[in-house]
Ligand binder design. Structure first.
Ligand code: 5GP
Ligand code: ZN
Length: 114
């Protein structure tokens, strides 16, 4: 999608601190980190949110999760633990309408979330 910031990052048209790329996904550092480690995992394909996922996206959804786990390992967050978050829609506070997984680590997190 031409006016989507994460599509532009996936295409390399906007710079980002990339940590990992798979066939269909890209992982990069969040520009405004909410934790010492804050990565975003996105598919190269534009999908607005988890609500856009259908049967045909099963492999892509799996690749997104695997990329998140691999990036967390690569960044040394596995032993201490990390949180995966996918904000979906208004009530969850989704700001960028291109589906993404947050990988948050480097500190402990409260539950339930605010
Ligand atoms: P959401 O609230 O949609 O779940 O999260 C969007 C995230 O994208 C936020 O954490 C925000 O800091 C991050 N973000 C927004 N614009 C950019 C950008 O241009 N580059 C990077 N690296 N992160 C961004
Ligand atoms: Zn997009």
């Amino acid at each position: 999608m031409s006016d989507c910031i994460f599509c532009k990052i996936a295409a390399g048209d906007i710079p980002a601190r990339r940590v990992l790329e798979t066939e269909n996904c890209v992982v990069f550092h969040d520009i405004s980190p909410a934790a010492p480690l804050h990565l975003l995992v996105i598919p190269k394909q534009h999908l607005a949110s988890a609500d856009a996922l259908r049967e045909e996206h099963q492999a892509l959804a799996g690749e997104l999760l695997l990329a998140a786990a691999e990036a967390a390992r690569q960044e040394g967050a596995t032993e201490s633990g990390y949180r995966l978050v996918m904000n979906t829609g208004h009530n969850a506070g989704q700001e960028v309408m291109h589906i993404h997984l947050h990988v948050l680590g480097g500190r402990s997190f409260k539950w339930p979330p605010g």
